[in-house]
Design a binder for this molecule. Sequence first.
Ligand SMILES: Nc1ncnc2c1ncn2[C@@H]1O[C@H](COP(=O)(O)OP(=O)(O)OP(=O)(O)O)[C@@H](O)[C@H]1O
Ligand SMILES: [Mg+2]
Length: 446
Amino acid sequence: MPNSSVKTHPPGEDSSSPFRQLKKELHERLIASMDLVALRSMEPERLRRELRRGAEELCRAHSQLLNQEQREGLIEEILFETLGLGPLEPLMRDPTVSDILINGPDKVYVERRGCLEETRVRFHDLDHLICIVQRIAQRIGRRIDESSPMVDARLPDGSRVNAVIHPLALDGALVSIRRFSARPFRPGDMIARGSATAEMLDFLAGCVKARLNILIAGGTGSGKTTMLNMLSAYIPPDERIATIEDSAELQLQQPHVARMETRPPNLEGQGEVTARDLVRNALRMRPDRIIVGECRGKETLDMLQAMSTGHDGSLTTVHANDCRDALRRLEMLISMAAPELNMWFIQNQIANALNIVVHTARMRGGKRRITQISEITGAERESISMHDIFRFESVDVAENSDSQGYFMATGIQPECLGRLRSSGIHIPPALFQERKLFVDRLDSLS
Ligand SMILES: Nc1ncnc2c1ncn2[C@@H]1O[C@H](COP(=O)(O)OP(=O)(O)OP(=O)(O)O)[C@@H](O)[C@H]1O
Ligand SMILES: [Mg+2]
């Protein structure tokens, strides 16, 4: 995350070793004193009650060392340790945390409101950290150890986890957890955060309803998936949607969703199910629209073919630096999937399949914004024709401060307006008149 400023906190009480040592000891004794076989078959609520009772008993035995508040805190921590994600639980419960990034047992960072901060959270040691990672992987039937030191997983609350341990992680273990807000972003949230204007979102909503094919492009963590989720809310509830993801993050609200997730190969290198396999399978499931969480391989060609052969209204994302770069990236992904295809053919495929490209960016200071909404109008003379309908214009500001600028309508009337009209969506042409567009709380620059 290149633009983040990192705040550091001095180590807090958590890291003081006698307290940590006591916690570790009590946790070990608690486990030793319990009948683990019986515990495994217990209802979660009863299990929690039993463990709390055991932890309280052990803490009472150390009452001379702990005051009431410390005892309560310790009991909670032991429960987190036994049932949950140990020291990470408080961060997982904090709604302001969007990412948790662990570089080793003593280096836990979080992202809040776009800025990285070091936390006071500590693991006892590397084994403790790896044990928590193994628990996360086991929950979804995957494993992580020296022979298979990298895993992608998902937590029950939908958070996405990537973990890499030694020998690949030189300092023992690297864990990245991407959290999602329990409630998907709505257009009002985007506007309130200065990520887009009402005009831009009205246009995009019309494009989704009129079944245009939309590609969302942007850098890592720029808000692509969040935007995809938000736009998917405009798909009418009576349509059947097939979703294909590497790790399920989409939170579609429609009743008729066929959700599929790819599967990595097992240790013997077998059993892999790729996004391409799933896109091909989806075509046999009679979907009205297909959503591919991210195009990063051979599925790109199948996805574009599906978009131009009856599954219009489909959505996907790709890593790219701007809208033009997104098309270059698609060209590259397709030519890797089918080297025999010539560039002219590939560009025609892209131009026929895609209508709108939305670019999202993580700006200096951490704000996420739509920086471009472009329309694809065709392919000619060895390039795909496209123009910007809306753009964010950055204005230079001092180092380390929030990025500033303004959104603007470029003055170009989208060619797709006719198609929108024939779908009953009437957007007044004045919406696209060349001018600056301001949003609530966007720093005024007039
Ligand atoms: N408009 C926004 N305003 C504020 N926060 C946002 C916005 N969009 C996304 N976020 C937050 O930024 C983080 C990254 O978002 P998201 O996962 O959508 O990005 P991404 O581009 O899909 O990332 P990746 O490249 O890792 O797949 C999430 O925690 C999300 O809640
Ligand atoms: Mg994403």
